[in-house]
Design a protein around this ligand. Structure first.
Ligand code: CA
Length: 414
């Protein structure tokens, strides 16, 4: 299949949609009986994989007829590649036999989408050195980066139960924080977003059997935009000495679209150099990272009333991440921890080198001390009720259809 092959499905060759034959992201929708159906996005449509099963190789049909992708994820990269190759041909203009497929296509419109995988465990890393440095400067100006940062991929174990699909309303959490030198329990006054990518694990590993850096890419299934909503005042009071807890676990929004690694692997770039070196278990000859442009937009109660389009807050790119997704997989399992199909490893806030490329308000407003002015004149130190945060992402090679990640959005109840 030529890399710029065209599809016969409506909208599939539209660069604005970014869901061409070179993308084929996975998602899940509810059928007319309210049952979950696994699907692949193509242009303005979804291909219902259960309905398309007569055309899918027999040994993959059972996994793709299930209500989550986990079984299929666990089959490994040969199965993922096989399905992708079959679908790329069936949906291409070269295929003249379209009857079964046409019956399996569902128009997307405003169809509500669900997370296609059941996430058993969710881990959040801290892989942007620019983010770590700038946050460190706010709280420890004398020593912004702790000495472990350049050596060990920092992370915490997150909460899978409060992962929600894009579009779910977000409630402002109440919690314990320090106010005028005394602790109080009250709604957070420092609600923030964090621009992140979440990588889904495909095949897992057995307990006690680490995944080496050379094997790690075979365990990565796909990537989604993710918003790790954070209550900065709760986080600041509780995080020492064991790390984030209630300041992070009230809600994490994830796009219902998973872009397969095969779609972004061809767009990878060399990983960031490490001045001090890398310990051997995290090192190999071809350390590469995904190259995705990322944008944060906001729409407010006032901007919606004025019928304004969402306003851009910042722009970043994942190529500046200090640790690659493969290094996260290898480090996570290096002591023997087992990963399972559908587990989610998030990157942590993805900030660029410059302050305007910051992936959260904590950095952009210097912990609220320097509020930003939005294009409609409103000011923000942290989020206000009614604010909607929208993440988008895309990547493109010259002469190819762009790949646009499924967006991740959430509105603060208000
Ligand atoms: Ca985070």
């Amino acid at each position: 299949m030529p890399s710029n092959a065209q599809s016969w499905v409506f909208g599939a060759n539209d660069p604005e949609l970014g869901r061409g034959l070179n993308h084929l992201p996975y998602t899940c929708f509810l059928d007319e009986k309210g049952k979950r159906r696994i699907a692949v996005g193509i242009g303005a449509c979804l291909l219902d994989l259960k309905a398309a099963s007569p055309l899918i190789p027999q040994h993959l049909r059972e996994a793709l007829s299930e209500t989550t992708l986990n079984h299929f994820m666990g089959l490994g990269p040969a199965a993922w590649r096989e399905l992708r190759t079959v679908l790329q041909f069936l949906l291409s203009r070269a295929n003249r036999d379209r009857k079964v497929l046409e019956a399996a296509l569902v128009p997307l419109h405003d169809l509500p989408l669900e997370l296609p995988a059941a996430v058993g465990d969710y881990t959040d890393f801290y892989a942007s050195r620019h983010h770590a440095l700038r946050v460190g400067e706010l709280f420890r100006p004398e020593k912004p980066l702790l000495e472990n940062y350049d050596w060990v991929p920092i992370a915490y174990h997150g909460r899978a139960s409060s992962l929600v699909p894009s579009g779910t309303v977000v409630r402002r959490p109440a919690g314990q924080r320090l106010a005028d030198s005394s602790p109080v329990f009250a709604p957070t006054e420092k609600l923030d977003y964090e621009l992140e990518l979440g990588f889904y694990i495909g095949q897992g590993n057995a307990l006690g059997e680490p995944i080496t850096i050379d094997e790690a890419e075979n365990h990565l299934f796909g990537v989604s935009l993710l918003n790790d909503w954070s209550a900065r005042d709760i986080q600041a009071w509780e995080y020492q000495p064991l790390g984030p807890f209630l300041g992070k676990n009230f809600c994490t929004s994830v796009s219902p679209w998973i872009t397969p690694m095969e779609a972004v692997n061809s767009l990878k770039v060399r990983a960031q150099p490490h001045q001090n070196g890398i310990l051997h278990y995290l090192q190999n000859e071809h350390l590469e990272t995904v190259n995705l442009n990322l944008i944060v937009q906001i729409s407010t109660t006032r901007s919606r009333r004025a019928v304004l389009a969402p306003m851009q807050v910042s722009q970043s790119n994942s190529r500046g991440l200090f640790w690659t997704p493969e290094q996260m997989v290898t480090h996570h399992t290096s002591g023997g921890c087992n990963l399972r199909p559908g587990d989610l490893l998030a990157t942590g806030t993805i900030s660029g080198e410059r302050r305007e490329q910051a992936g959260c308000l904590l950095e952009l407003t210097r912990n609220g001390h320097e509020p930003i002015t939005l294009p409609n004149g409103e000011r923000r130190a942290f989020l206000e009720d009614g604010d909607e945060i929208i993440f988008t992402g895309w990547s493109q090679t010259e002469g190819q259809m762009p790949i646009r990640l499924g967006e991740c959005r959430g509105t603060l109840l208000g």
